[in-house]
Design a protein around this ligand. Structure first.
Ligand code: ARG
Length: 457
């Protein structure tokens, strides 16, 4: 492509370090779409003839089928996807191919191709997240009143419902979804026509190409257009945050599915056995989701580090942007899909959850609250009295509700039989009806809110 200036070809290592075709061939559709839009605009503005444009468009469509049908030979000598396609176009249509690159550089070409790809990936992520959220909403509806222990420090804290726990994840993945939408909104600008860095002297119509490629508008500054990779970094950032959420969930699934917890049973389709221990059912899918987070975080740090310190505008360093994004996208798509499957399929072990919910003195706060409400104690005094009740129950190795009225009155004489109504886990859960609380009716409100919101978005 630059034979005019060069007397000899590149060294073998140069070719090896320079070529990106092995990974950027993934951009072939976006590259062809970009070229079709560019050439159509060149013809409309009279920069190239309609006749040449027709040849170019036909040639590009032929190349598209060749690639799709596996009949295209990619060459490392031709460096990247842009030059592979352009060289093939020249073979197919002759000199007219040389007119396609008028008023364009690979710098704006790769920027537009990559933006198109990232935008499509964001749309895929949006759909995947919606499916995951829907899976959670369905489980939450089934289990709005299923009691389980709520934890802080992974120590039993207060009873909650499984539906409430599911809806906590809906909030998390809902924020991920809104980050996806924000990212799309911000990146929805076309860099095509920024040319190498300074714009072009040809009378191009950037609004036209932006529109035909489905972007809201063209980017406003040509230097920024070819040197900006924020859209890729935003994808990696939101992917990292989402992966962090998935990983927390994966960790809970791993814990919940142990025989010691026994809160859930994973379906056979999302677990594996052991080649030596016949009793085993391992939560491999959850473990791998947890691990994918490491790759995705690594991809974010890798690209941030590539970009830091790069002077404006384009530098070849930026060619290293693609593998990180492709890798993270593949990992994220898989992780969300696997999680959606696991959540939909898992069997919830209500009895085990309920039993665990009642252990660990989980209703101690309810006892303290009762003393405040019914006996007029200041909360700190009620806390102290309840602490004594827990200590007594502990020495007797029983639950709070198994202490006798006499024993409880020994701690505070104001206690009456009515206390036993609040010491059950169901009563505890029912009482927490503050906005956003774990009471089944509140959980059902959250579910209704999300169903409506999912319909709108
Ligand atoms: N393969 C290159 C990349 O991915 C395309 C842009 C090359 N531009 C250049 N001036 N060498 O970044």
């Amino acid at each position: 492509m630059w034979g005019g200036r060069f007397a000899s070809g590149p060294a073998a290592v140069m070719e090896a370090i320079n070529a990106s075709i092995d990974f950027d061939k993934k951009l072939y559709t976006q590259d062809i779409r970009g070229s079709l839009a560019h050439s159509a605009m060149l013809a409309e503005t009279g920069i190239i003839s309609a006749e040449d444009q027709k040849k170019i468009a036909d040639g590009l469509n032929t190349i598209l089928s060749e690639i799709e049908e596996g009949r295209f030979t990619f060459s490392r000598k031709l460096e990247d996807i842009h030059m592979n396609i352009e060289a093939r176009l020249a073979e197919l249509i002759g000199p007219a191919a040389g007119r396609l690159h008028t008023a364009r550089s690979r710098n704006d070409q790769v920027a537009v191709d990559f933006r198109l790809w990232v935008k499509e990936e964001l749309i895929r992520t949006r759909e995947a997240l919606r499916a995951l959220i829907e899976a959670f909403v369905t489980r939450a509806e089934e289990h709005a009143a299923t009691v389980m222990p709520g934890f802080t420090h992974l120590q039993t804290a207060q009873p909650v419902t499984f539906g409430h726990h599911c809806m906590a994840y809906v909030e998390m993945f809902g924020r991920d979804l809104s980050r996806v939408n924000d990212a799309i909104e911000r990146m929805d600008e076309s860099p095509l026509g920024a040319a190498a860095l300074a714009g072009t002297g040809f009378p191009i119509d950037r609004h036209r190409t932006a529109k035909s490629l489905g972007f809201r508008e063209p980017t406003r500054n040509s230097l920024d257009s070819v040197s900006d990779r924020d859209f890729a970094l935003e994808f990696l950032s939101l992917a990292s945050i989402c992966a962090m959420h998935l990983s927390r969930l994966a960790e809970e699934i791993v814990i919940w599915s142990t025989p010691q917890f026994g809160f859930i049973r994973l379906s056979d389709s999302f677990s594996t056995g052991s080649s030596i221990m016949p009793q085993k059912k391992n939560p491999d899918a959850a473990e791998l989701v947890r691990a994918k987070t490491g790759r995705i975080n690594g991809d974010l740090i890798a690209l941030l580090t590539v970009m830091k310190g790069l002077p404006l505008s384009y530098s070849k360093d930026m060619q290293e942007d693609k593998e990180t994004v492709f890798d993270a996208a593949e990992a994220l798509d898989l992780a969300i899909a696997a999680m959606t499957g696991m959540i939909s399929d898992m069997e919830v072990q209500k009895a085990a959850m309920k039993k665990a919910a009642g252990s660990g003195y989980s209703t101690a706060t309810d006892l303290a609250d009762w003393l405040v409400r019914e006996a007029g104690l200041p909360f700190r005094d009620a806390h102290h009295a309840t602490g004594r009740a827990v200590a007594l129950a502990e020495t007797k190795k029983v639950g709070l509700e198994k202490l006798t009225l006499d024993e409880l009155q020994g701690i505070n004489p104001a206690i009456t039989n009515a206390i036993f109504d609040v010491l059950s886990v169901d009563a505890s859960v029912r009482s927490r009806a503050s906005f956003g609380g774990t009471a089944p009716q509140e959980v059902r409100k959250q579910i209704r809110y999300w169903k409506k919101r999912l319909k709108k978005a």
